[in-house]
Design a protein around this ligand. Sequence first.
Ligand code: FES
Length: 469
Amino acid sequence: MDEQAQRHSLWVATTPDFPEYPPLNGDAAADVLVIGGGMTGLQTAYLLKLAGLSVILVERHRLARGTSGHTTAKVTALHGLTYDHLTRTFGREAAQVYAAANVAALDDIVGIVRRETIGCGLERSAACTYATTDDERARVEREVRAAQEAGLTVEFRDDLPLPYETLGGAWLEGQASLHPVRYLKALAELVHGGGCRVHEMTTALDLDEAAALVRTDRGVIRAQHVVVATHVPIFDHGPLSMRLMARRSYVVAAPLPDPLAGMYISASGNHRSVRTQEIDGQQWTITNGEPHRTGEGGDERERYLRIRGWTDDRFVLGQRYYDWATQDVFTVDDLPFIGRYRKEDARVLIATGFKGWGMAHSMVAARIISDAVQRKDNDWAGLYDPWDRSFTKGAGALFSQAAESIKALVIDKLISGDPACTHMGCTTKWNEAERSWDCPCHGSRFDEHGEVLNGPAIRALKSPPAAGG
Ligand code: FES
């Protein structure tokens, strides 16, 4: 790693004044318990408080330090090549609902930032999915048609304002970007107080579904509803987890003299995304790529070097920079799960599987969950309901997820002495770049001492080998 690199999130590093919230101190009760202090949890808590409900939000570590603090923070309804996939897999009507939900989410986030006068560098700009090969161009052209049929005002544009060659891209005006940690810092301040409470360093350990009661390491919380907003639902050990997988990718942020017009992602499998963000008068470029299944990345240090090299080759950058990894969760049919944790009971609600599009989808989830708690109809809930869709839609991915789990549960365990994940027992793999044990089954990660970095695991590894073995 370049000696001037800082392996931290730019967003976390440029929000040094994030206040600390006290851990839970004994038993408590509220209308709604929200577990997870990222985009989904804080936005859901904010909407529920606005609706007049009492909310307790608990976060295992610090707020906004998980996926939401490591995102590229593009708030858009254009999601790579999603609309063509949705139309072919679920039909045109499903694609239309998906588009409407994400457009409304974008409007909701912009509305909150303006109404609450949140200083989070909100910028409106176009989103673009671009091609660099003839095959990618054909796929992007199909995406433009599908997105138009879904109701988005997308066009194909040949002359993209990028400083490197492309074969054009799908272009959607009026999207947004922001500083996610500053946005969440403001939301936390709005949620905490007035009958609602935010507690950091408070770990949810067990859920009693029948009683909607959660035991934490700091006390027991009773609520009418429990919202599990933990990226991967932490209490699940089967029905949902078997349909989820996690991928990591790598982000570089460096000073750039001038802003880019637009936010970009390539249509390639080894995707590259780029956008800029002004923070305190400094323009930053933020690039992302090198995705791989968590725990299956080979030497992750090489991936950091490749995304840094790609960035250096295309932009004139200042020397100081940040790099970090981010993690996204995918469902087997590529459609997020938002709604009931169990088919027969709507008191516990979950949101997961946003792929790389968690900014807009976190607000889609906040709306669906907030409406479910208040027993209001929601036009999008049916599309995202985890239990209201055919397993055949993602049969291929479901099969490969099952095969991966069997390999990590049985074969890897026999041939390696690496620690078993405390979620469902898959064999973890050592990640030298981040000095962590990463689980390929559902994305749990543990630091070199075995402490949980990412769920769904709740408990620490038992006796990890010293310094990664
Ligand atoms: Fe599920 Fe490790 S994350 S077994």
